[in-house]
Write a protein that binds this ligand. Structure first.
Ligand code: PLP
Length: 412
């Protein structure tokens, strides 16, 4: 555990670039429709594209206000919550992260952050900018954090906020959250959970887990275009925000202003991103039609098929076995294999994009998303076939990926 009194911002943990050097840099790429097996964004359903073509109306048009209300109700369904304050912020997932910490923390407060990867570190950087007392509970990348350690840290430091990443996209680990919400309520602390790569792909019952603020991004398992951050806020967290001693340090990210923009008063805060909301609403309708539990089963199935194929190739998974995230599969790049070259084969010859690692794992890890509309049998088989070929082009000598995945599908 590390404790910093009045932490200062230190930009020491940068994304060192995750760019594929493709063999065809000049090929016209803009009108292709690659299969997105990166951990976000995911591919869009045709109905979501169609929604983007809805005739433009103003953000005060009754039809758009009704669409906002329907979107909020559908978000309650995916967050598994009855929170009245459930809406989306008009910016990417990072706005959910930043606003949660900014709104709940005041000068003199302490935040405990479960630190197990790149995105948890981003929370740390935000806390450093806020100048609050920062306590991190750390483990090696690839592991989950023992919840008893987190609760002990909240108790010992009298923390105002416990901030956790549910699915750490940089490591492929799903963090257990059981018991954290109840402990936080007992200790007068607020539980913030990042569900950017998990919402709509893995069960995260916000009310049952007693999460105070949970946020996500539109572009991952929800399969809507990037640019929105769905967020849900408990009544007690909203009360806390509205009774702060000091105003929230950002007008634009003040969550109570956004809550009033989305409630029945629809008090103007910003020009709503009309078409993006229509697209998100359509993506959420598709989730309602599929059903949450069928959707979670689908993500688990394709994740199992993908990992069976990867194992058949003799590849090692990065995340510890008991806590693997279904929606982001992380693979250790074998010794002697050029990770970017393999990804370029997938993109140039199979039209499939997978991601590299982040930070120190940039060239040592592949990250494959199993997310939303991208999570299909055809896409999993295409990815495995492409990866097998890409590896063997570099003399790797593995085989059997497709048969292993097929066996998983045959067992359904
Ligand atoms: C766990 C996690 N948190 C936050 C973010 C930031 O989301 P965005 O890139 O939409 O701002 C990401 C993005 O990948 C993420 O995976």
């Amino acid at each position: 555990m590390a404790v910093t009194e009045r932490a200062q911002y230190q930009p020491d943990h940068l994304d060192r670039g995750d760019v594929i050097a493709t063999a065809k840099p000049d090929a016209p790429r803009e009108h292709r429709a690659p299969v997105l097996m990166v951990p976000g964004p995911s591919n869009l359903h045709p109905r979501v594209y169609q929604a983007l073509l809805t005739p433009m109306v103003s953000h005060k048009d009754p039809a758009f206000l009704a669409a906002m209300d329907e979107t909020a109700e559908l978000l309650r369904m995916v967050f598994q919550t009855r929170n009245a304050s459930t809406f989306c912020l008009p910016a990417t997932g990072g706005s959910g992260m930043e606003s949660s910490l900014l709104n709940l923390l005041e000068p003199g407060d302490t935040v405990v952050i479960g630190h197990a990867g790149f995105f948890a570190h981003r929370m740390v950087e935000i806390a450093q900018r806020l100048g609050v007392k920062l306590v991190t509970v750390e483990v090696e990348w690839g592991q989950a954090i023992d919840t008893a350690r987190l609760i002990a840290a909240v108790r010992e430091h009298g923390a105002r906020v416990l901030a956790m990443v549910h699915g750490e996209t940089s490591t492929g680990v799903e963090q257990p959250l059981d018991g954290l919400g109840a402990a936080c309520r007992e200790l007068d602390c607020y539980l913030v959970v990042d569900a950017v790569p998990t919402l709509g792909g893995t069960s995260l019952p916000v009310d049952e887990l007693q999460i105070d603020i949970c946020y996500s991004g539109s572009q991952k398992c929800l399969s809507a275009p990037p640019g929105l951050s769905p967020i849900t806020i408990s009544q007690r967290a909203m009360r806390r925000i509205e009774t702060r001693r000091t105003p929230v340090g950002s007008w634009y990210l003040d969550l109570s202003l956004h809550a009033h923009y989305w409630d029945e008063t629809h008090i103007y805060h910003h020009t709503g991103p009309v078409l993006s909301i229509y697209a998100l609403r359509e993506a959420l309708r598709l989730i309602a039609e599929e059903g949450l539990s069928a959707r979670f089963d689908r993500h688990r199935l394709h994740s199992r098929a993908l990992t069976a194929g990867l194992r058949a190739l003799g590849l090692k998974l990065f995340a510890e076995a008991d806590h693997r995230l279904a929606t982001v599969v992380t693979v250790v790049v074998p010794e002697g294999i050029d990770s970017a070259r393999a990804r370029a084969v997938l993109l140039d010859e199979f039209d499939v994009e997978i991601a590299g690692g982040l930070d120190v794992q940039t060239n040592r890890m592949w990250r494959i998303g199993i997310m939303g509309h991208s999570a299909t049998r055809a896409n999993v088989l295409l990815t495995l076939g492409g990866l097998e070929l890409a590896l063997n082009r570099q003399g790797y000598g593995g085989s059997g990926a497709l048969a292993a995945a097929d066996a998983v599908y045959a067992g359904v």
